[in-house]
Design a binder for this molecule. Structure first.
Ligand code: B12
Ligand code: SF4
Length: 463
């Protein structure tokens, strides 16, 4: 619907705001690249674009192509392409960016990877956004039609999450997972050396108002919710406030937590009562020396893993364990010991990943300083394959690290192991059964498609 009252040279007046003529007709296309340029079965709604759409005037035409659920057309009739870029998708993002810049389209990039490596991203983009978009998106939309796009944008202060609005209309009709991803807060109080979260958000912790989160869940009408916060317990009273508010909604939800929360039985009981049926727990390693090396020694401070897992399970929360192999105290025997642990504790899902130094994280700088990195920029290297070791481990060969992870995943996700884990997991409801089976079958399929694949497509990336 048009609201303009008066044309004024190059500008329109819209409800009291001055609007540049070109801005009025601007077409902006959001693109989420997929790791391999092909579909992914675990794709959820990309929240960054819901936020950008919520910050964009209705006079600007918006489109979205999410390569994980649809093909990105070879040619686009658009003024600007805005890509969200993670380290694993950087190669593919640069390929797409090159294609669209050759068509005379301006390219903007934001997200983790351009924040950590803006100079690299700027070889393929006209502008990059460092950090959160909320404080700078308005300026970009102002600069674009005036031909004044700057190469870097970064908010001077961390934007508050009090008024952030998620416009999800762009996702309509796309084949995403039926789970609603929702963000309550950003940041984590810990600083594990391998993690991008601390590198991206520093020590800042911000939360949205509970009422806004509850209203968003209600409006979605969805039954399953994933709270995507990296650690929902960065502020325990706030977490409790959210859980209390979730009880009347009767939704089933999942989240990511640090294991220390399990020491508080009342808290875990409240989680279960409010509908939490699955939690991803970052165990990372069974070895105390490894945990200390990664700055996660606190993982063992509040009790052992077995007690923590039993406590979650006793309150109807299935445990999704995250494990990393390759820290300096791991040996070839670590794989079997960790696999046995995951099977014996009937974990609902598990990640067994080769430690992968990503730019921006402290670990990356340490590995680089120690001369242990095997690739110059593994994320762009044509010889790198997903799941491959990217550095020389202290007590095993890179090949043993790659193969050990592969084999551990393989055994954990064989159909007989899935059936055994499910039989012994004392699953309390049909919703749990559905999630257990659905998520295990999906993960099996996703891993088969991902492991051993080159990032991006065969197109050349100059770096
Ligand atoms: C949920 C989630 C998933 C879901 C999928 C989510 C989805 N939408 O489909 C699943 C579980 C499938 C998943 C998979 C993986 N994930 Co993941 N995931 C997340 C998580 C927890 C939340 C993502 C999210 O919705 N964030 C909320 C939005 C609002 O934040 P945002 O994207 O950062 O956007 C803000 C800014 O970055 C910026 N911005 C972002 N994009 C753009 C673009 C433009 C143009 C602009 C202007 C601004 C901008 O503005 C936004 C608002 O301020 C993040 C951690 C996190 N907190 O973000 C990890 C995270 C993104 N994942 C990560 C990884 C490594 C993976 C995997 C590669 C893991 C693996 N080894 O297989 C896979 C594959 C991912 C892929 N690209 O295909 C890493 C990425 C690290 C990095 N350096 O790139 C993260 C940061 C986790 C971590 N702790 O390190 N993931
Ligand atoms: S606890 Fe999790 S989110 Fe927080 S810094 Fe460690 S790995 Fe990252």
């Amino acid at each position: 619907m048009a609201h303009e009252s008066r044309y004024d040279g190059n500008h329109y007046r819209k409800q009291g705001t001055l609007l540049h003529e070109k801005e009025r007709f601007m077409h902006l296309t959001f693109i989420r690249p997929s790791i391999y340029g092909t579909r992914a079965h675990d794709a959820m709604e990309p929240l960054a674009f819901a936020i950008l759409a919520g910050l964009t005037r209705s006079t600007i035409t918006l489109s979205l192509y999410d390569e994980r659920v649809e093909e990105v057309p070879a040619h686009l009739d658009t003024d600007v392409v805005a890509l969200t870029v993670e380290t694993y998708t950087a190669r593919r993002a640069y390929q797409l960016a090159t294609r669209f810049r050759q068509q005379g389209i301006k390219v903007i990039m934001g997200g983790y990877h351009p924040t950590f490596l803006p100079d690299e991203a700027l070889q393929f983009a006209d502008a990059v956004v460092l950090g959160d978009a909320e404080g700078v998106w308005g300026q970009i939309l102002h600069d674009l039609p005036r031909g004044k796009l700057q190469s870097r944008y970064q908010s001077a202060a961390l934007p508050s999450l009090q008024t952030v609005r998620y416009d999800r209309r762009l996702f309509q009709g796309k084949r995403y997972q039926p789970i609603l991803p929702i963000q309550y807060g950003r940041g984590c109080k810990f600083a594990c050396d391998f993690c991008s979260i601390h590198a991206f958000y520093g020590t800042s912790l911000r939360q949205r108002p509970v009422e806004a989160v509850v209203a968003e869940i209600r409006a979605s009408g969805r039954m399953y919710v994933l709270i995507i916060d990296d650690n929902i317990f960065v502020d325990v009273p706030k977490a409790k406030e959210l859980f209390e508010a979730l009880i009347p909604l009767k939704v089933k939800w999942g989240c990511q937590v640090s294991v220390d929360v399990a020491r508080d039985e009342e808290l875990v009981r409240l989680m279960g009562r409010s509908g939490c049926i699955a939690a991803l727990v970052g165990f990372e390693s069974l070895d105390g020396d490894n945990l200390r090396q990664m700055k996660k020694g606190w993982n063992l401070k509040y009790g052992d893993y077995t007690t923590a897992i039993r406590r979650f399970q006793a309150h109807g929360i299935m445990v999704y364990g995250s494990f990393i192999f390759g820290y300096d105290h791991d040996t070839p025997d670590t794989f079997q010991a960790t696999l046995d642990f995951a099977l014996q504790h009937h974990l609902f899902l598990a990640n067994f990943s080769a430690l992968t130094p990503t730019p921006g994280a402290e670990l990356y700088d340490r590995m680089a300083a120690e001369g242990r990195l095997l690739f110059d920029k593994w994320w762009l290297h044509p010889d790198y394959r997903y799941g491959m070791a990217t550095f020389t481990p202290a007590r095993m060969s890179p090949q043993t690290l790659t193969e050990g992870c592969l084999q551990t995943r393989h055994v954990f996700y064989t159909l007989s192991a899935v059936a055994r884990r499910m039989r012994h997991a004392a699953i309390p409801s049909l919703a749990h059964v559905g999630l257990f089976l659905g998520a295990n079958l999906l993960t099996r399929r996703e891993l088969k498609g991902k492991l051993g694949q080159r990032l991006g497509t065969a197109e050349w990336v100059c770096y």
